[in-house]
Design a protein around this ligand. Structure first.
Ligand code: FES
Length: 114
C-alpha cells in the first residue's frame, strides 16, 4: 500500500528541561523502502533539530548496533525497521536515557571507568 505520509510518535526526554519523558508526534512524508532511521533523519533535518538519536558514526547497515530501539514496542535496529504505517519510536527498554533516543551503552560505561 502506498502512503503519502505517516505519523511518527517519538520518545522525547531532555533531563535538563523535562520532569518526565513524553512523546511528540510528527507528520513525515513516506517513501518506499523507508526505515525508522530515515524517519528520524527527516524529523531532524526538516522538522525538529533538537531530536537526539544515534546517527553520526552509525553504519545504517545493521552492523554497529548503535541504533538499538523499539518500534511499536518491538525491540530491534532502527536502521533495519521498515516503515509501512504510523509508528511509535522509543529507546530500548531498561536503559538509562541520556536524551531522547540516546541511551547509556556498555561501551560508554567502560570509557567512563578509570
Ligand atoms: S546504524 Fe548501525 S546497526 Fe543501525
Amino acid at each position: 500500500m502506498k502512503l503519502d505520509s505517516i505519523k511518527a510518535k517519538v520518545f522525547r526526554f531532555n533531563p535538563d528541561e523535562d520532569k518526565e519523558p513524553h512523546f511528540r508526534e510528527y507528520d513525515v512524508p513516506w517513501e518506499e523502502n523507508m526505515t525508522a532511521m530515515d524517519v528520524l533523519d527527516y524529523i531532524y533535518q526538516h522538522l525538529d533539530g533538537t531530536l537526539a538519536y544515534y546517527d553520526h558514526a552509525a553504519c545504517k547497515l545493521g552492523i554497529c548496533a548503535h541504533c538499538l530501539g523499539r518500534v511499536n514496542g518491538r525491540p530491534g535496529l532502527l536502521c533495519q525497521a521498515d516503515v509501512s504505517a504510523d509508528m511509535t519510536i522509543e529507546p530500548p527498554a531498561g536503559k538509562t536515557i541520556i536524551r531522547d533516543l540516546v541511551f547509556q551503552r556498555k561501551d560508554d560505561e567502560k570509557e567512563a571507568t578509570p
